[in-house]
Write a protein that binds this ligand. Structure first.
Ligand code: NAP
Length: 345
């Protein structure tokens, strides 16, 4: 199968390139860039010299249709909606890594992204691409909205409890930490090395744009309205997300019961790995891999459940999950090209 990457020069675009290069059932036939149109990809990223012989093309839905069977769109949110809607209209299979088609509600999009959605007719047409929850729908889909990085870590951590309606939502607090590559490669003062190295801080407290996506998807799982507190932090490292999640249950299940519930829920899932006590997951357990690693504890004094979820934001949080979705959409083995172990120094 022939595949393309729109926005190949960015962090998730480059990660897609790395994964697709090693995938033996697809050939990369079309890559685009806005700023480096006409340049060899190896000129933009010299590490690919002698390995990748592709030229960055300007985006064109017609060219994508002629040259590919499936396209990944790795453009910033707000920029993606126009390209994606053209690709959908042209009848091309697409996995969109941006946030532009994850929310179902145009008003929510305006509220949280401070922008009017220009293709509202396509909202709700994409399948939400979290394979562990929507595998059957993804198999039949031609348009998949790949989940955000924080939402992937949080939804996989909470899905077993949400589906059984066990969470008292008003008690839920998600305290998440991400490496700096989560913000993409555009420089800014806050991401400047002297500003973020040897430093640790919260940002967008209770106003982060991934909040409505998580509330929407947890609400779908639980069949009820969900509202909770989300506090992201910026970690002084490049890759990785660790979400620490605090909640009270509406039943008195003990830690062993919860553990059995999670084991049962994820029994057949290759990319979700449970780490039993005394282990607690770390970002190193998933670095460079497509795994989501989960641990949980119940605080016997306060009754609070605490869940820990680690992913690599560029892999399970973006490009790896996108390739997992492609594998399902094109009928390949789901783990094809994604079976690498986490990197350890
Ligand atoms: N980084 C993550 O961890 C992560 C995780 C999950 C989802 N995502 C989502 O994935 C998407 C890509 O993220 P990223 O981190 O890879 O971003 P990025 O590093 O900033 O890359 C964005 C890409 O889009 C191109 N681009 C930028 N502005 C454009 C414009 N006006 N028109 C056309 N192309 C433009 C850029 O390169 P050129 O200048 O060469 O065109 C680049 O190839 C975003 O929607 C992001 O929210 C990111």
């Amino acid at each position: 199968m022939r595949v393309g990457i729109v926005g190949v020069t960015g962090y998730t675009g480059s990660e897609l390139l790395r994964l697709l290069y090693a995938h033996d059932q697809v050939t990369l036939t079309y890559v685009t860039s806005h700023s480096f149109t006409g340049k060899k990809l190896a000129e933009v990223h010299p590490q690919y010299s002698g390995l990748v012989d592709l030229i960055c093309r300007p985006f064109s839905a017609e060219e994508a249709k002629e040259k590919t069977d499936l396209v990944f769109c790795a453009l910033p949110h707000g920029e993606a909606m126009d390209a994606v809607s053209q690709l959908v209209a042209a009848g091309i299979k697409i996995v969109d890594l941006s946030a532009d088609f994850r929310l179902l509600d145009r008003d929510l999009y305006r509220e949280w992204y401070n922008k009017e959605h220009t293709c509202p007719a396509y909202l709700g047409r994409a399948v939400y691409g979290l394979p562990e929850l929507y595998r059957k729908e993804i198999r039949e889909a031609s348009f998949v909205a790949n989940p955000g990085c924080y939402p992937t870590s949080v939804l996989l951590a909470l899905a077993p409890l949400a589906r059984k309606k066990l969470i008292r939502w008003e008690t839920l607090v998600v305290d998440a930490k991400s490496g700096t590559s989560g913000a993409g490669r555009n420089p800014s003062q806050l991401l400047h090395f002297p500003e973020c190295a040897e430093n640790f801080r919260a940002y967008r407290v209770a106003v982060h744009q991934h909040t409505p996506e998580m509330e929407q998807e947890l609400g779908r799982l639980a069949g009820e309205k969900v509202c909770f507190t989300f506090v992201p932090h910026l970690l002084p490292m490049i890759r990785g997300i660790l979400s620490t999640i605090y909640l009270q249950l509406n039943t008195d299940l003990q830690e062993e019961d919860l553990w059995r519930l999670y084991e049962e829920f994820y029994r057949d899932e290759k990319f979700v790995r449970l780490f039993a006590p005394p282990l607690l997951v770390e970002t190193k357990y998933v670095y460079g891999s497509n795994y989501c690693a989960l641990s949980l504890r119940k605080d016997r004094r306060t009754g609070k459940v605490i869940i820990f979820s680690a992913i690599d934001n560029l892999v399970k949080g973006a490009a790896g999950q996108a390739v997992q979705n492609m594998n399902i959409m094109l009928g390949f083995a789901e783990a094809k090209g994604l079976e690498m172990l986490p990197l350890r120094p």
